[in-house]
Design a protein around this ligand. Structure first.
Ligand code: NAD
Length: 488
């Protein structure tokens, strides 16, 4: 049984109230972590504030060196990290390993490129006037993250924030507190100074305490609903905020696409991580004429997927993360069926896997935008497929949602690809590709999917204030536009 503590000012401290982390594959308790309240959050923010004074003065090359070591520490602990991720949130070990490798790659990317990204600009004005910009840290950043990529997503914020000279208080998800705690140990072992990273485990109320505390910025990834609450609370203090929220991405297949490739991409995109991915293709649209063969191929491939424990070799799909998430999914499917959707396969809890929070990979057809599965985010292994007649209809259907995270388009026609990428209302468009992630490419949505960018040169800019400095090197005693007016 694991016992979790809080990391505050470089020390691991216990607190009175605890909560349990469960293994979603069995429902068994993995460990007990601290449930931080207002006092612990305030202490962590104070420690971060104190540490920021010296951290922001640390040479950028030293900050970068620490992050190269963090990247190495992550790789050294690959086995332990992937096992812990799978234990706490259920997904197959193979997928957890990819998360570990991607985290190390991204951390090193910011370590290597940070110096260039944080360069200011020299701005020519006149021979006697010199302007330039300085990119300064924002201060103390509250980092609040979800459970679905419990190692990668915290580091998406921690790496650029710390390299830019901020300090951090991290609130990991209440479903994956022990991965969050491991982040603190990795940072300590790599030489991050005391107080530069602090970790407060806890629930939504802990997150709320952090948002209302004396921080300067919130970097949030999670549901759109929580994002809106955070925005409201942040308005009180005018914190800077970056919000990466939910999505209901469209996956649009034109007649001229490679159908086999599109089916393989759609099945993987929709069911990896048990369908619990922000950019998973949650609404699939197929052009009339190929719909029957696409649906047949998609259903056959879905039926071949192996459900089981994430720790067991050969598993394609693990359990959902919690009973609550599964119950929400069941209600969404029930609503669709009541309104006329057809279950092509799946649609129930597997008989052989009654312990844990499993749900069969499911395909629904005959869906429309009156159904919850089409107008809410579906965060589980349910694919919904509908048919379109032409490009205009595909665009209207794809944009017919409050979300605007990503989309993918499947076509061999460059003109179609370019027109779709221009008309789709979202932050990312993949063409003949799905859900790829590169540290050098910006990540983030529009509409109810959030604001701000992660990753790339744009991602690190979220964590700096741009100061403009204007220096007059001339000798004039006055200016033509100064007082007195009209007498010169
Ligand atoms: P969630 O909103 O329930 O929780 C996210 C985090 O916020 C958790 O740490 C939680 O404890 C905390 N929290 C909850 N209520 C809070 C409050 N009132 N104030 C402050 N913090 C609070 O989301 P989740 O279920 O953990 O994650 C799934 C969601 O995340 C999905 O909607 C998914 O699409 C989204 N997501 C988005 C991206 C992206 O890049 N856009 C990436 C991953 C996940």
């Amino acid at each position: 049984m694991l016992e979790g503590k809080l990391l505050i000012g470089g020390k691991w401290l216990s607190c009175e109230r605890k909560f349990e982390s469960l293994n979603p594959a069995t429902g068994e308790v993995i460990g007990r972590a601290c449930l931080a309240g207002n006092k612990e959050v305030t202490d962590a923010v104070e420690a971060a504030r104190f540490a920021q004074e010296s951290w922001k003065k640390t040479d950028l090359s030293e900050r970068a060196r620490i992050f190269i070591r963090i990247g190495d520490e992550i790789l050294k602990r690959k086995q332990k990290l992937k096992t812990l991720i799978t234990l706490e949130m259920g997904r197959p070990l193979f997928e957890s390993e990819i998360e570990v490798l991607k985290t190390s790659e991204m951390v090193k990317y910011f370590a290597n490129e940070g110096k260039t990204f944080l360069e200011g600009d020299a701005i020519p004005i006149s021979p006697d006037t010199f302007s330039f910009t300085r990119l300064e840290p924002v201060g103390v950043v509250g980092v609040i993250k979800p459970w679905n990529y419990p190692l990668l997503l915290p580091f998406w914020a921690i790496a650029p924030a710390l390299i830019a000279g901020n300090t951090v208080v991290l609130k990991p998800s209440d479903l994956t507190p022990f991965v969050g705690i491991e982040i603190g140990k990795i940072c300590q072992d790599a030489g991050v100074p005391e107080g530069v990273i602090n970790i407060v485990t806890g629930d939504g109320i802990t997150g709320e305490c952090l948002v209302r505390s004396d921080i300067d910025m919130v970097s949030f990834t999670g549901s759109s609903e929580t994002g809106k609450n955070i925005m409201k609370s942040s308005a009180e203090k005018l914190h800077r905020i970056s919000l990466e929220l939910g999505g209901s991405d469209a996956f649009i297949v034109f007649k001229d696409a490679d159908i086999e490739e599109a089916i393989n991409g759609a099945v993987w995109g929709r069911f990896m991580n048990c369908g619990q991915v922000c950019v998973s293709p949650k609404r699939i649209f197929v052009e009339d004429g190929i719909a029957d063969s696409f649906i047949e191929g998609f259903v056959n491939k879905t039926r071949s997927l192996v459900i089981g424990k994430g720790l067991e070799p050969g598993t394609d799909i693990g359990p959902m993360v919690s009973m609550e998430q599964r119950e929400k999914l069941e209600l969404q499917v029930e609503d669709a069926v009541r309104k006329g959707a057809v279950i092509e396969c799946g649609g129930k809890i597997p008989l052989s896997l009654q312990d844990g929070y499993y749900y069969e990979p499911t395909v629904l057809t005959g869906v429309n935008h009156e159904m919850r599965v089409m107008n809410e985010e579906v965060f589980g292994p349910v694919a919904v497929i509908s048919v379109f007649e032409n490009m205009d209809e595909a665009i209207a259907l794809a944009n017919g949602t409050v979300y605007g995270l990503g989309s993918s388009v499947w076509t061999k026609n460059l003109d179609t690809a370019m027109r779709m990428s221009s008309h789709l209302e979202c932050g990312m468009v993949w063409v003949n590709e799905i859900c790829t992630l590169h540290p050098q490419c910006p990540w983030g949505g529009i509409k109810h999917s959030g604001m701000g960018k992660d990753l790339s040169r744009y991602g690190i800019r979220e964590f700096v204030s741009i100061k403009h400095v204007n220096i007059n090197l001339g000798n004039e005693k006055t200016r033509p536009w100064w007082f007195p007016y009209g007498r010169g």
